[in-house]
Design a protein around this ligand. Structure first.
Ligand SMILES: Cc1cc2nc3c(=O)[nH]c(=O)nc-3n(C[C@H](O)[C@H](O)[C@H](O)COP(=O)(O)O)c2cc1C
Length: 322
């Protein structure tokens, strides 16, 4: 039977299927169910910079049962400790912040609480005309360096796809201390309610259609820098998992699929990934990782602009057949 073990951030994972940050990973019960269903690692919801600035004890919460989304830092640390006691898969804590400040030192507390690694989500939307792209990049790197200084555990950065030169930015993040890159953060785009004349915060779950963006960038970044790569956004099926590994990912992260179908969604996925590997004669994930990365495919331009005209032309040819 195919071996699904993989390495991510220097950690040994039994499977590349990782549950990314969501309310499901914010409770001990959710974490237990994810591990039982086969998750190779779990990423807790983010502890937000804002929560660290205005931390208030929440006596209504049982310590260690639930954390994230305003429950505060004490509940968060307690969840990390409990999760480490109860789970055998790696537990990755997550910090979410944008400003330079004392909150980044919290990484040390998460390490002390037992987190195996740390994910840093820099959710930053610049709307200031006076701020240049290089200012934004500097800002990201500054935050990454501050968190890197605060902790010795592996650090992964969850970044946005909106950089002018992502391959260059990836290299700078690695220099700043990132051991892993998560491609990508999914920004929630507000919607407009034209009857109430209001801006609506709209959170919609992803579909596999959104996989194309991380897929392309994983294929481009595979083996460009000494860094682990995680795919996030649009991983729903076994085919999606195989695609991101073939492109070069070390792990495939899932949130929407697990929120929609529950943790047991992981069980058939694992079976289907193994079946495909058996049918295609692959014994280990390493044998297929990166087989369709930009460095290995016969036509590397397929991942760049050069394929643009061909793609457009193929669509108009289909159209004229009808
Ligand atoms: C309800 C919900 C809560 C989330 N909370 C967090 C969070 O706390 N921190 C974080 O880094 N990402 C968070 N995410 C983003 C997911 O971890 C993931 O990156 C994103 O949903 C894209 O992956 P998907 O297509 O598998 O859903 C959240 C997503 C959802 C839907």
């Amino acid at each position: 039977m195919a071996d699904l073990r993989t390495r991510y951030l220097g950690l040994e994972l039994r499977s590349p299927l990782v549950a990314s940050s969501s309310p499901l990973t914010g409770s001990l019960d959710g974490l237990r169910r994810l591990e039982a269903a086969g998750a190779g690692a779990v990423v807790l919801p983010s502890l937000f910079e804002e929560e660290l600035a205005e931390a208030q004890p929440r006596p209504d919460l049982e310590p260690g049962e639930r954390a994230g989304y305003g429950a505060g830092p004490d509940a968060y640390l307690a969840l990390v400790t409990r999760a480490k006691q109860e789970l055998s898969v790696p537990v990755i804590a997550s910090l979410n912040g944008v400003s330079r400040g004392g909150w980044s030192g919290y990484a040390a507390r998460l390490e002390e609480a037992g987190a195996d690694a740390l994910e840093l989500n820099v959710y930053y939307v610049s709307s200031r005309p006076g701020q240049s792209g290089s200012d934004v990049e500097w800002h990201y790197l500054d935050v990454v360096r501050a968190v890197r200084r605060a902790t010795g555990i592996p650090l992964a950065v969850k970044l946005s796809p909106y950089f002018s030169s992502l391959a260059n930015m990836a290299g700078q993040l690695v220099e700043a201390g990132a051991n892993g890159l998560i491609l990508f953060n999914r920004f929630y785009q507000p919607d407009l309610d034209i009857e109430a004349m209001e801006v609506l915060p709209a959170l919609e779950l992803s579909t596999s259609v959104e996989l194309r963006l991380p897929l392309r960038w994983i294929a481009i970044l595979h083996r460009r820098h000494r860094v682990s790569l995680a795919a996030s956004t649009g991983v729903h099926t076994a085919t999606d998992v195989l695609k991101v590994v073939l492109a070069g990912a070390d792990v495939a992260m899932m949130t929407s699929a697990l929120l929609r179908n529950g943790p047991d969604h992981l069980r058939p996925l694992e079976v289907q990934v193994r079946d495909w590997m058996d049918r295609h004669g692959f014994e280990t994930l390493d044998q297929l990782r990166g087989r369709l990365s930009q460095r290995t495919v016969p036509n590397p331009a397929a991942f760049e602009r050069a394929n643009y005209i061909k793609t457009l032309a193929s669509h108009s040819a289909q159209g004229t057949r009808r």
